[in-house]
Design a protein around this ligand. Structure first.
Ligand code: GDP
Ligand code: GDP
Length: 438
C-alpha cells in the first residue's frame, strides 16, 4: 500500500514550514539520513497513531506582490488537488481572513478533495480562539485552531487528517502490473518517452484513472507484462505547463514516486547531471524504490568510445549513495534502447520482491564476519547473532546484535556489499534494521 500524501498549502508566512518541521521531527525512519541527500527537506514521512503518511510543504517562496501571491497559490493548490490525498489549508489567525484565502478556498471546494482547514498562530487557546470563527466564511467546515510555534493542538489536527485517509482495499496488491514513475526536471524528455512507448506497434495502451482526481495513469502491455506509467496526465497530452516553480511540481513528483515500484530518474545528456537532478533522485532513493538513471537525448550529443564512461563516472560520483541504480543511455526520440529499458525494469521488479531464506542469509553473514571482523569498542566486540528478511520493496533485513551502539555505518555498508555480491539486488536499495537481542 502506498502511503497517503498530505500537502500543506497556504499563503506565505502563515507558518507552513514551522508546522512541517514540527511534524517531520516526529518521523521515525528505518534508514539513516542519507549522506549527500539535500537537507532542505520539503517532504517527510510522518507517523501518527497507526497511520503513516508523506507530508509535503509548499512553503519557502515569498513573492512580493499580491498578484503573484495569488497566482502562485493557485498553482500550489492545483498541484495539491491533483496529487494529494488530503490537503491541509493553513490560514493565519494573526492576519485574519484574506482575499487570496477566499480564492483558494473556492478552488478547493470545487475540487471535492478532502480539506482540513487549520488556523495557525492561535498561541493561547483560552483567549485567542474567538478570531477563528471568521474562517467559517471559507465554506470548508470547522476550522481547527493550532499553534505550530508553541506547539498546541496538533493532535486534533492530525486526527482530522487521518480520518480522510482512503481505506486500504484488498485487491490493490494483487495487481501484477509493474508501476513505473518517470521523474526529472522540465524538458528532459519525460513526455517524449511516454509518447514513444505508447506509439510503439507492439505496445497495447490504455488510459486508466489514477488514484486521485486529475491524475491519469497509462497502462501498457509489452511482451505480456503489464506496466502502469504513473501520472501521465500532463505528459501524454503535451500540454506544456512551464513548471517555473519547482516546488509545486515536486508535489506531483513525490506522489508519483510514492505510488511507484520503479522510478526512472531522467537526465538530459546535453546537460549532464545537475544539482536539481540529484534532488529529484534523492526523492526516489529515500522512498526505497527501484531506480534507474536514464540518460536521455543520447542521439543528440557528439560521442566517441569514451563518452559513456565519462557520463557513468560523473553520475556515480554525484549519486554516490545510489550505486545500486543502473544507468541507461536512451533516446526517447529515436527509441534507442527503450526495449532494453523495459527488460531492466522487469529485472528490478523481480529483485525488489526477492525473498532470501534465513539459512542462506546467515551463510553469507557468517562468511562476511569471518573475512572481516565486526567492529569493537573499549574491548567489547559487536556480535551479529543472526539476520532475517522481514519485507520486500525494498528488501529489508533485521540484524540481531549484542549491542546496537557497536554497529558502524561502514560495517553495515560492508555487509550490504557482501549481500549484493551474493544475491545481486541490482536496481533496488536494501534496508537494514539493527536490533538488540540479549
Ligand atoms: P510559511 O511561509 O508559511 O512557511 O511560514 P513560516 O513557517 O516560515 O512562518 C512564518 C512566520 O510565522 C515565522 O516568523 C514563524 O516563526 C511564525 N509562526 C509560525 N507558526 C507560528 C505560531 O504558531 N505562532 C506564532 N505566533 N508565530 C508563528
Ligand atoms: P518533459 O518536459 O520532460 O516532458 O520533456 P519533453 O518530452 O517535452 O521534451 C523536451 C524537449 O526535448 C522537446 O523539444 C523534445 O522534442 C526534446 N527531446 C525529448 N527527448 C529527446 C531525445 O531523445 N532526443 C532529442 N534530440 N530530443 C529530445
Amino acid at each position: 500500500m502506498s502511503k497517503p500524501i498530505v500537502a500543506i498549502i497556504g499563503r506565505p508566512n502563515v507558518g507552513k514550514s514551522t508546522l512541517f518541521n514540527r511534524l517531520a521531527k516526529a518521523r521515525i525512519s528505518i534508514v539513516d539520513d542519507t549522506p549527500g541527500v539535500t537537507r532542505d527537506r520539503i517532504y517527510a514521512d510522518v507517523e501518527w497513531l497507526n497511520y503513516k503518511f508523506t507530508m509535503i510543504d509548499t512553503g519557502g517562496i515569498e513573492p512580493e506582490s499580491n498578484d503573484i501571491i495569488l497566482s502562485q497559490m493557485r498553482r500550489q493548490a492545483e498541484a495539491a488537488i491533483a496529487s494529494a490525498d488530503v490537503i491541509v489549508f493553513l490560514v493565519d489567525n494573526k492576519t485574519g481572513l484574506t482575499d487570496s484565502d477566499m480564492h483558494v478556498a473556492n478552488m478547493l471546494r470545487k475540487s471535492h478533495k478532502p480539506v482540513v482547514l487549520v488556523v495557525n498562530k492561535v498561541d493561547d487557546m483560552q483567549t485567542q480562539t474567538m478570531g477563528i470563527y471568521e474562517f467559517y466564511n471559507l465554506g470548508l467546515g470547522d476550522p481547527i485552531p493550532i499553534s505550530a510555534g508553541q506547539p498546541l493542538n496538533l493532535g486534533d489536527m492530525l486526527d482530522a487528517i487521518v480520518e480522510y485517509f482512503p481505506q486500504p482495499t484488498d485487491d490493490e496488491e494483487e495487481d501484477d502490473a509493474i508501476k513505473v514513475a518517470i521523474i526529472g526536471k522540465p524538458n528532459v524528455g519525460k513526455s517524449s518517452l511516454v509518447n514513444k512507448i505508447c506509439g510503439e506497434e507492439r505496445v497495447i495502451v490504455s488510459e486508466i484513472a489514477g488514484t486521485t482526481r486529475d491524475s491519469v495513469d497509462t497502462e501498457v502491455t509489452i511482451d505480456d507484462q503489464k506496466y502502469v506509467l504513473i501520472d501521465t496526465a500532463g505528459l501524454r497530452k503535451r500540454k506544456k505547463v512551464t513548471e517555473a516553480i519547482e516546488k509545486y511540481s515536486i508535489i506531483r513528483t513525490v506522489a508519483a514516486v510514492e505510488r511507484a515500484d520503479i522510478v526512472l530518474i531522467m537526465i538530459d545528456a546535453n546537460e549532464g547531471i545537475t544539482e536539481q537532478d540529484t534532488k529529484i533522485a534523492g526523492i526516489a532513493h529515500e522512498a526505497g524504490k527501484g531506480c534507474i538513471i536514464v540518460v536521455n537525448k543520447w542521439d543528440s550529443i557528439e560521442k566517441n568510445d569514451k563518452t559513456m564512461n565519462a557520463y557513468l563516472k560523473d553520475i556515480t560520483n554525484t549519486l554516490a549513495y545510489m550505486q545500486y541504480a543502473p544507468c541507461m543511455f536512451i533516446s526517447a526520440m529515436t527509441g534507442q534502447r527503450i526495449g532494453k529499458l523495459f527488460d531492466m525494469i522487469h529485472t528490478i521488479a523481480q529483485n525488489q520482491t526477492l525473498r532470501i531464506s534465513t539459512g542462506l542469509l546467515n551463510d553469507v553473514l557468517y562468511e562476511a564476519t569471518a573475512m572481516n571482523q565486526p567492529p569493537h569498542d573499549k574491548g567489547k566486540a559487536l556480535k551479529i547473532l543472526y539476520m532475517t528478511q522481514v519485507s520486500v520493496k525494498p528488501p529489508t533485513f533485521v540484524l540481531f546484535v549484542n549491542d546496537k551502539e557497536l554497529m558502524h555505518f561502514s560495517y553495515l555498508r560492508y555487509i550490504e556489499n557482501q549481500m549484493r555480491e551474493a544475491f545481486g539486488f541490482k536496481g533496488t536499495p536494501i534496508h537494514f534494521i539493527v536490533r538488540e537481542k540479549g
